[in-house]
Write a new protein. Structure first.
Ligand code: G3D
Ligand code: MG
Length: 184
């Protein structure tokens, strides 16, 4: 008998510059049901969430960096075993926002290095702070094509805009990927 009990247990890392809204997004998605644990040794926060697709139980563990100072040395432990990633930047029109977008490349490189070829979505968070009509997205389109992100969403952890949609895209992708693998 094959033991499939770990089949739909997914670790998902949520990365991006500090204060872009990583923790807020996870909390918004997992809402009342989240359990949070802080892993002090590696400066990570861990939230678990249960979902179900086609009667299959799915357990998700979102890992989020808390405080970036010591993170440099602990990256391997943080990324180890991740099956997907969410890269977050802030879409707000400020130097913090711009810098957080410029750093998307670095976060992407980290994921590639430590996790390999896993599905990744890109989130431009804090969309409630901008006028979407005035948004120029040439640079974003370029980066989406270059890195092959499986999705891009302009989210707001504050209003909830597109948060569930974005997370569900990644969860469905993971589910189908591993469901397919187990059928082979
Ligand atoms: P981090 O986990 O990436 O470091 P946090 O970021 O989730 O701690 O969020 C940093 C700050 O941005 C918080 O404000 C939080 O409320 C705010 N924030 C997060 N997401 C959004 C969003 O979508 N819209 C707006 N307007 N603000 C957001 P404070 O003031 O607590 O530091
Ligand atoms: Mg945080």
């Amino acid at each position: 008998m094959t033991d499939n009990k770990d089949k739909f247990v997914f670790k998902i890392v949520v990365v991006g510059d500090s204060a872009v809204g990583k923790t807020s997004l996870i909390m918004k998605f997992t809402q009342g049901t989240f359990q949070e644990n802080y892993i002090q040794t590696i400066g990570a926060q861990l939230s678990s969430f249960e979902d179900e697709i086609n009667g299959d139980k799915i357990e998700l563990f979102f890992w989020d960096i808390a405080g970036q100072d010591t993170f440099h040395f602990l990256r391997p432990a943080f990324y180890q075993g991740s099956r997907a990633a969410i890269v977050v930047y802030s879409i707000e029109d400020s130097s913090h926002g711009k810098k957080s977008f410029e750093h998307v490349d670095e976060w992407y490189e980290d994921i590639k290095l430590y996790c390999g070829d896993v599905p990744i979505i890109l989130l431009g968070n804090k969309v409630d702070l901008i006028d979407k009509k005035k948004l120029k997205e040439k640079k974003v389109l370029k980066i989406l094509k270059k890195y092959g992100f499986i999705g891009y969403y302009k989210t707001s952890a504050k209003t909830g805009e597109d948060v569930i949609k974005a997370f569900q895209t990644l969860i469905k992708e993971l589910y189908h990927k591993y469901k397919g693998l187990s059928a082979q």
